[in-house]
Design a protein around this ligand. Sequence first.
Ligand code: ADP
Length: 159
Amino acid sequence: MRKTVVYPGSFDPVTYGHLDIIKRAVKIFDRVIVAVAHNSEKDPLFSVVERVDLLKKATKGIKGVEIDDFKGLVVDYVASKNARIVIRGLRMISDFEYEFQMALTNMKLSRDMETIFMTPRESYSYLSSKLIKEAASLGADLKGFVPGFVEKAIKEKLR
Ligand code: ADP
């Protein structure tokens, strides 16, 4: 049986942290659907279409990955894909409270869905899209945090 998992998030924009999780996930699951949420952040830097596009470029060549977007509840989207597993990344303890709340809420909303947490390698464990955007606005070099074309896209947005 082909195992499908959904990796939902804002991905505003994709970082090497997200990519590390995706690369780990495809080793375990047959099909990894990376799903950009329409409603997860109020004031995103990139539109959903742009975020999907950057993710597609960043995951080109990784077998077993699909990029999609969704509106509404994660549990409904996961069911619509005939899947029952959601992957979330856990970086620091600071992620834990929010992720734990969300996993428990989703468990309450759907009896069929399971959340699996994956950790990135240590060197990416502090990376966040939010911090990268802040650093970029202050003129930081983003090499090592995001692919070159993502850095270019961020800098164009902030110009
Ligand atoms: P959110 O969905 O909370 O808006 P993101 O889109 O930034 O967050 O991230 C989507 C998922 O990827 C979340 O589970 C988040 O914890 C995880 N994630 C983000 N950055 C990293 C990273 N550097 N390493 C591991 N997981 C990460």
